[in-house]
Ligand binder design. Structure first.
Ligand code: MG
Length: 402
């Protein structure tokens, strides 16, 4: 699937560099560094709202920078990945997860000579639509908005970058390139197709495929690490999982006498390395087999950046284990219940009294309806802000007891 074709950037009318020379330099750089199947900056379909080219940044560099400077991105630092802040400070937040995804994705992208700026922009934006309290919050907002189209974090990410961020006088949102919007739209299509048991149409760009794969590598690995550190799991329990067992065996070939902490760290590193190596080997073979020599061939080909069948099955077993033992751990479930109850009560309260919303959301109520605007407001909250608002006496919402 592709976003509607839109206008490209206009040539710069001002700036310190000579525009033509600069554009030529960027084209030469991409041609020298990137593979034929990578997304080259010169081939970008542009932005919805026409803008002059930047004097010294490529289109995807600008996208990445706009995401980094957005409020929604900063708020990821206080949004949970799996565990809330009350459990400690060691574990990943949505922001550190995002940075790990970007790191793994750039490694894969560089090895395959893909466009790292585009990869980084896609990675930094991939979870920007998460509401407070992770998937627990997402589920509650989806229920609250059931009669109004529902709620999903991937769709919300597009609402944020296309409308909700208000940072530029000339356009709403961040006016990102069509390629970044398409990459996020592909995540929505993929998730809908998975639910319906159908295949998606055209394949996303390889840069977007890399980010999807890196996301899975990052969360499988760091959720196990976090759960161990928080004491929700012990090392011996993970030995039930074939992927973990095999990774331990690989580590022991190199180091035979590690203590438990050293072993855990070495296994986490090996898990990432092994998966990245597996993805790279498979991707190179598939790219050669499918004779992928450009973007059109990428779109026509099946998904090329993915784990091997053997590793995919083992990852599935690890994910099932984490679901049963970690995501459904009594401590995690208790947090889910409290968070969901808080969000539900706040949703009902703001829908009943939209005048309590900040003025900019009050204005949005007239354009998008009260329920959706309340959903947007709640989804933008950090975990901490949500719990503080929930306990705000002026709004008549008392904090929940444990
Ligand atoms: Mg993610």
């Amino acid at each position: 699937m592709t976003h509607q074709q839109r206008s490209t950037d206009e040539p710069p009318t001002s700036g310190t560099d000579h525009p033509t020379r600069l554009a030529e330099a960027l084209v030469r750089r991409d041609a020298a560094v990137l593979a034929s199947y990578a997304m080259h900056g010169i081939d970008s379909a542009g932005r919805k709202h026409r803008e002059p080219s930047h004097p010294y940044r490529s289109p995807f560099q600008r996208d990445r920078d706009r995401i980094v400077h957005s409020a929604a991105y900063r708020r990821l630092s206080n949004k949970m990945q799996v565990f809330t802040g009350e459990l400690g400070d060691y574990h990943r937040t949505r922001l550190t997860h995002t940075l790990e995804v970007a790191s793994v994705a750039r490694t894969i992208g560089r090895a395959l000579r893909l466009n790292e700026d585009l990869i980084e922009a896609l990675a930094l934006a991939h979870d920007i639509g998460h509401p407070p309290f992770g998937h627990a919050g997402e589920q509650t907002l989806d229920e609250c908005l059931a009669s109004d189209g529902g709620f999903g974090h991937n769709r919300q990410a597009l609402r944020i970058v296309e409308q909700l961020e208000q940072r530029y006088p000339d356009f709403p949102g961040l006016n990102l390139t069509i390629e970044v919007l398409d990459g996020q739209a592909a995540r929505i299509a993929e998730s809908a197709a998975r639910v319906a048991g159908q295949a998606t149409g055209e394949s996303p760009l390889l840069e977007a495929q890399v980010v999807d794969t890196a996301d899975s590598i990052a969360y499988d690995t760091h959720d196990a690490d976090d759960a161990l550190q928080l004491g929700l799991l012990v090392l011996d329990e993970l030995s039930e999982v074939p992927l973990w067992r095999e990774t331990v065996a690989r580590v022991r070939v190199r180091w035979s006498n590690l203590d438990r902490d050293q072993l855990k760290q070495a296994v986490i590193h090996e898990l990432i390395d092994w998966q990245v190596g597996d993805v790279l080997q498979g991707a190179r073979e598939r790219l050669a087999q499918e004779c992928v020599d450009g973007i059109k061939a990428v779109r026509r080909a099946p998904i090329l950046i993915r784990p091997s069948a053997a590793l995919a099955e083992q990852k599935q077993q690890l994910e099932q284990f984490l679901f049963d033992r970690v995501y459904r751990h009594p401590q995690v479930l208790r947090m889910r219940r409290r968070a969901q109850e808080a969000l539900r009560q706040m949703f009902d309260r703001y829908v009943e009294k939209p005048e309590l919303l900040p003025p900019r959301f009050g204005h949005r109520c007239r354009q998008f309806g009260v329920a959706r605007s309340v959903g947007d407001y709640l989804a933008g909250m950090t975990d901490r802000f949500a719990m503080r608002q929930f306990g705000c006496p002026s709004e008549g919402l008392a904090p929940l007891k444990n």
